[in-house]
Write a protein that binds this ligand. Structure first.
Ligand SMILES: [Zn+2]
Length: 300
């Protein structure tokens, strides 16, 4: 039996989906999805997708193991709460605000494609609403292939729509979003274009050369992995979208001792690293770490 709190979450999710009816389409046959009385989304051809009691909808045809796991998202949640990503998020929020102001948006719909455990989207929606004369109406939708990530997101953040789904076949109708976020996640530009409105804007955040350089120096000294190379990712972006802004976001984060371990668990850099290298990082007494991102902003 579901507890009262869980029942409430699924009801909240239903309410949001009803309020935004026409948002979803079936990932199999591309027909519109409607909400049934039995807590699922269904299309006219009979494909069915369940709402989980935790308040998210699962639109994956096959459940995949994505290589991400519970431990990773738990670690990312701690790092996220420590303020690690805040300067990057503030930079995005500022640009969203400037563009929205210029275009006189009164409401704004945001898709976070590859949202992981949801903290970037939740932070951004909170920040935009809190700004002076914030957006009157704001729809936030977070999508990720990882059920573990979406579970954490749905548990943690309410008032947003959370979905397990494939980014290469977004279960969303055409031209639904003013903004698509793609933060430290793989992209599918064809799909992003399809779900963006004509005036819509894509924000992509990718690691820059010096991102976590202190860890790279220990793990990859003398190899070509010591610096992160993002030129080909940037080129691909510029070939797909009209670049309206490119911004470097560089800062240092002071690490509390316990957060170093969370950081190691969070980053794909260390997933295949030898145990002795991990121990070297933990014993290195690292006090601060370099964060370096490139923010790319593009229009259709
Ligand atoms: Zn269908």
């Amino acid at each position: 039996m579901a507890s009262g709190k869980e029942m409430k979450k699924i009801d909240l999710a239903k309410e949001m989906i009803l309020k935004n009816s026409g948002l979803f389409r079936c990932p199999v046959c591309e027909q519109e999805l409607s909400l049934s009385r039995s807590n699922s989304l269904y299309c006219s051809k009979g494909h069915n997708y369940d709402l989980a009691k935790q308040g998210y909808v699962n639109l994956l045809l096959k459940q995949e193991k994505s290589g991400y796991d519970k431990q990773l998202f738990a670690a990312r949640k701690v790092i996220s709460a420590s303020g690690f990503f805040d300067p990057m998020r503030k930079a995005i929020s500022k640009v969203v605000w400037e563009i929205g102001k210029d275009e006189a948006w009164s409401e704004v719909s945001i898709l976070d494609a590859g949202c992981g455990e949801g903290s970037h989207l939740a932070w951004l929606c909170r920040d935009l609403k809190a700004k002076k004369k914030g957006f009157a109406d704001l729809l936030g939708v977070g999508i990720d292939l990882s059920k573990e990530g979406i579970r954490v997101a749905a548990k943690e953040y309410q008032g947003l729509i959370w979905c397990v789904a494939d980014l290469t076949k977004l279960p969303l109708q055409n031209q639904q979003f003013d903004i698509v976020l793609n933060i430290l996640s793989p992209a599918n530009y064809g799909e992003f274009k399809r779900v963006l409105k004509d005036h819509g804007v894509l924000f992509k955040v990718l690691p820059a050369a010096n991102y976590l350089i202190e860890l790279r120096e220990i793990l990859f000294k003398g190899t070509d992995k010591e610096l992160y190379e993002n030129d080909s990712v940037k080129r691909h972006f510029a070939n797909s979208f009209q670049v309206v802004k490119e911004q470097q976001i560089h800062y240092k984060v002071v690490l509390k001792e316990e957060n170093l371990e969370h950081l190691i668990k969070m980053t794909p850099l260390t997933w295949n690293a030898a145990q002795e290298k991990i121990a070297m990082i933990i014993n290195s007494g690292l006090k601060s770490i370099t964060v370096a991102f490139d923010l790319l902003v593009g229009k259709k």
